[in-house]
Structures are given as C-alpha cells and as structure tokens.
Design a protein around this ligand. Structure first.
Ligand code: FAD
Length: 473
C-alpha cells in the first residue's frame, strides 16, 4: 500500500483484519513530529496547523485560475495524511451527488441508496460542538440564517435542504480523530501489518500488464501480489504517470471547491479565540440557482493569516464545480512536485454561481447578527468596501487574487466503466487494463460531492476495502 492518509489508514487496517494477508504500508512523510507540530495536529481547534509548513507535502503549488499565479496547494504529509491537518468537519454530501455518480457517470452501485448505510456507520465516530463551544462567529452565522430566510437548526449531516446548523466533526473533547487514530494505530500491533514512514514511492513495477511491486525514491524494489495506491489526488496520478500507465484520464478531471474569504475585525468583546475549542463548528448551506445546496458559508474564529490584523474570516465556497483542472508531471523534473492547474471558474456556470456566493456572503455580513459581532470587514489590501463585491465587474477583477480552494480535490483517477475513456479505475478501484493494481482514495471520485471530502473518502475506503476482501459492499 502507498500512502497513509484518510483512505490509506482505513484500507491498511481493514486488509490486515484478515490474518492470511500481509500488508506493508509505505508513507512518504514522517510519523514522529516535533512537539509543537504534534500539539497542532492533536488539537481540535484546527487553525494552528496552518503555521506549520512541515505538516504539508513539501513544495506543492498550484494555479487556481487559468494562467494565474502559483500558490501553495496544501495536502497532508506523514502518517494520517490530510486527515491529520484538515479542519475535521464531517459531511456526507447530498443525495443528488451520488445519484449523479450512478445515473450520469456510469458508477452503478454508488447511488445515495448504496452509500448511505456506509455514512450511517461512520456517524457514531463523530461529535458536534456543544452550544457552549460555539464561537461568536458560529452564533452569528446561525442567527443570520433566519434573516436570510433559512432555517437555523439544520441537521447538517442528515438533512439535505438549505439552512444553517452545527457540524459534526472528526474530534472528541480530547482532540482530533484522524484516520490514523481511528483506524491505523489500533491495528499497529498486528503481526501481519508493517508501516514504513519516510518512504516515498517513485514508481510501480510491472510484469507485462500485471503490477508486481513498487520502487521507492531511494531505488529499493519491493514486491507484492497486489499494490493499492492511496497517495491522494496529487500523489496517486503522479505515481501512475511516472510508471508509464497509459490511460488518458490519469491526472485529468481535477476538481476542487473554489472558495474566497474576507477578514473580520471583531468587536473587542469577541476578539479572543479559545485555542482549546474548535475554530469553526457551523455551516450555512444555500443554493445559487445554478444548483441546489451549492454554496457554503463557513466562519472561522482566529487569525489563520498570522497577520494580527483580523480575528476571524467568513468563507464562501462553491460546492458544485464544473471546471476541470489537471495534475501533470514536470517534464524537466518528473520525480519532483507535479504541475497542478485547477482552472477554477472556467465554466461560465461556475462564475455565475460564484457571483451568487459573493452576494450571499455580503447579505450574511450585513445581517444584524454579524453586525453585533463584526466591527469591520477586510475585503482586500486596498481597503475595498464589502459592497464592492456585489458589482460583477469589480468581482471579476478581484477574484484572480482571492480565489483559493476549500482543500477538497478529487477526480484525477476517476472511477467509471472501461468504455469511458476518461475513467482510470473500475467500480472496485482496479486500474483499467492492469491486474494487481488498485487506487483507493479521493482521486477515484467521479465528481466532487457537495461536502468536505474526508468523510466521503473514508466511505470509499471502507467500501473498496470490503470489495478487495470479497466481502459485501
Ligand atoms: C488543510 C486541509 C483542510 C481540510 N479540511 C477538511 C475538513 O474539515 N473536512 C473534510 O471532510 N475534509 C477536509 N479536507 C479534505 C480531506 O482531508 C481530504 O479530501 C482527504 O484527506 C483526502 O484523503 P486521501 O486519502 O485521498 O489523501 P491524503 O489524506 O492526502 O493521503 C495521501 C497520503 O499519501 C502520501 N503520499 C503521497 N504521495 C506518496 C508517494 N509517492 N509515496 C508514499 N506516500 C505518498 C501523503 O504523504 C499522504 O499521507 C481538508 C484538506 C486539507 C489539506
């Protein structure tokens, strides 16, 4: 197995439940961390991690808009992968997401009716912030919902309608529960499971079309009956491309949720963020008109920029994206960081929906609920007024400097029938045209669900591990 992230930890744990199977899990990043980083990973607050560049895969950058500037593209690095650095927000996605996978994208067996029981099985692991743990920005978001004509007590996990509500999280009052804590570490004592951190895999080894092992970055060759790639949306296609696997969809169809944030200067009584509490515990979901439930507003209490000038942010994200990006090898350095171009908002429908997301952001911040907490809004370095975002010409000029991602990349080894030339793996994660080779991680999603992607990735890992073991899935 390659990659010990959200999916890889689950798969290694499930496969090693079978004592007749021997599992070797190779992770490119470290296990042990310096004390400050270890504390940031363990914390359920979630914001402190952004101060630690060693938490993330080194030198990984991307352009967000076509022809735009290169900026950091954050992915987790080390045991736990992105589940050790993410914000722990847990949503399954909307029924329409999975029904589209099954009905329109050829992924029979992946409809909402098929995947829902697997999400239900994950729910007991999740906890919500209590009322006392909500930040002032969480409370303002919930109260603003009523002013926007939306319900304010949405069951965010089970109710697919619009509204605001408290989120479930992959954390307990004692701290983060990554895939490493929940799946891998409890399995580490098994004699048939070996975990090797600090072992990046360079490429796959083949005997004809049969995958027979991997070669690490140091040139070591390791042989196996079956190789499972769980190296994530950037790592898995990069390994396949370096290995010369010939399937046109590899590295294509990269999608993420475009997101913009404005900085918030809070009134003095609300400025201090508590490091022992989640920095965010609520979401507001609404619809652009281009799609249902396709906008998220997410508040974050604390200064993730480290500038000391703001005390929080409100983010608006587009949860349905139709624009496709790519992950490609750098021709001058195929072993180095891949070239990542997201080409966000290229589809005109995405741009229209983003304009609507900006209008929602402005409406929420103009509500009396936010006015009670927020003293000033920082839209950009030039001191632009919040209402400028309502002007589409201004917004179009503003977006290239301000669009980022919600960290929810998918699709670079997407699942589908062999007859679909854009698909890379079949409905059980087996790479088309090869034997002994599977991909099990967020890269196989045929489209990005309208949700934060850790929980859908774990759902996929559970189902495809069961399929690999010949169990019902
Ligand atoms: C900053 C951030 C915040 C996020 N917040 C949330 C959130 O609040 N809620 C949510 O649901 N989702 C969130 N996400 C998204 C979610 O965490 C990811 O979708 C999910 O973790 C993807 O899982 P994965 O298994 O596909 O990849 P990863 O978890 O990224 O795992 C891939 C692993 O493979 C390793 N690897 C890569 N290449 C190689 C190689 N060549 N050899 C060996 N190892 C390799 C990596 O080091 C990594 O450990 C966030 C992501 C980030 C980065």
């Amino acid at each position: 197995m390659v990659g010990a992230g959200s999916a890889g930890c689950v798969v290694a744990s499930r496969l090693s439940e079978d004592p007749d199977r021997s599992v070797l899990l190779l992770e490119g990043g470290p296990d042990r961390r310096a004390p400050g980083l270890a504390r940031a990973i363990a914390s359920r607050n979630g914001i402190g991690i952004f101060a630690h560049h060693r938490a993330f895969w080194p030198d990984q950058r991307a352009t967000h808009l076509a022809g735009g500037r290169l900026g950091w593209y954050l992915r987790g690095y080390g045991i736990g992968g992105s589940s050790s650095v993410n914000s722990m927000l847990a949503l399954p996605g909307l029924p329409r997401d999975y029904d589209r996978w099954a009905d329109e994208l050829g992924c029979t067996g992946w409809s909402w009716a098929d995947v829902r029981p697997w999400f239900e099985a994950l729910k007991p692991r999740l906890t919500a912030s209590t009322d006392a743990e909500l930040t002032p920005l969480d409370s303002a978001l919930l109260a603003s919902a009523a002013e926007l004509g939306l319900k304010r007590d949405l069951d965010t996990f089970d109710d697919p309608s619009d509204g605001a509500g408290v989120l479930l999280r992959n954390a307990t009052p004692h701290g983060r529960h990554s895939s490493a804590e929940d799946w891998l570490r409890p399995a580490m004592d098994r004699p048939n499971l070996t975990v090797r951190p600090d072992t990046p895999v360079e490429r796959l080894l083949f005997d004809g079309t049969r995958c027979v092992g991997v070669r690490t970055a140091t040139g070591e060759e390791l042989h196996a009956d079956e190789v499972v790639l769980s190296a994530g949306v950037i790592g898995s296609p990069a390994v396949l491309l370096r290995s010369g696997v010939d399937r046109p969809g590899i590295g294509h169809h990269l999608r993420d949720h475009p997101a913009v944030s404005v900085g918030l200067v809070l009134r003095p009584a609300y400025r201090e963020a508590r490091a022992d509490l989640p920095c965010t515990g609520t979401v507001l979901r609404t619809s652009s008109g281009a799609g249902d439930g396709d906008i998220h507003l997410l508040p974050m209490h604390g200064d993730s920029s480290g500038s000391g000038e703001v005390h929080g942010v409100l983010m608006a994200a587009l949860m349905t994206s139709r624009s496709d990006g790519t992950v490609r090898l750098d021709p001058d350095d195929p072993s180095g960081p891949p070239r990542i171009d997201l080409r966000m908002l290229e589809d005109p429908a995405d741009r229209r929906a983003m304009h609507e997301a900006l209008r929602c952001l402005v409406r929420a911040l103009r509500s009396s609920a936010f006015a009670e907490v927020v003293e000033a809004v920082r839209v950009d370095d030039r001191g632009s007024d919040l209402t400028a975002l309502l002007d589409e010409d201004f917004a179009d000029a503003w977006l290239p400097d301000h669009v980022g991602d919600y960290f929810h990349a998918t699709g670079t080894c997407r699942m589908g029938p062999a007859s679909d030339p854009g698909s890379v793996v079949d409905l059980q994660g087996r790479v088309h045209g090869h034997t002994g080779l599977r991909v099990i991680d967020a890269s196989v999603m045929p489209d990005t669900p309208s949700a934060n992607t850790h929980t859908p990735t774990v759902m996929i890992a559970e189902r495809l591990s069961a399929a690999l073991r010949g169990l019902p899935w």
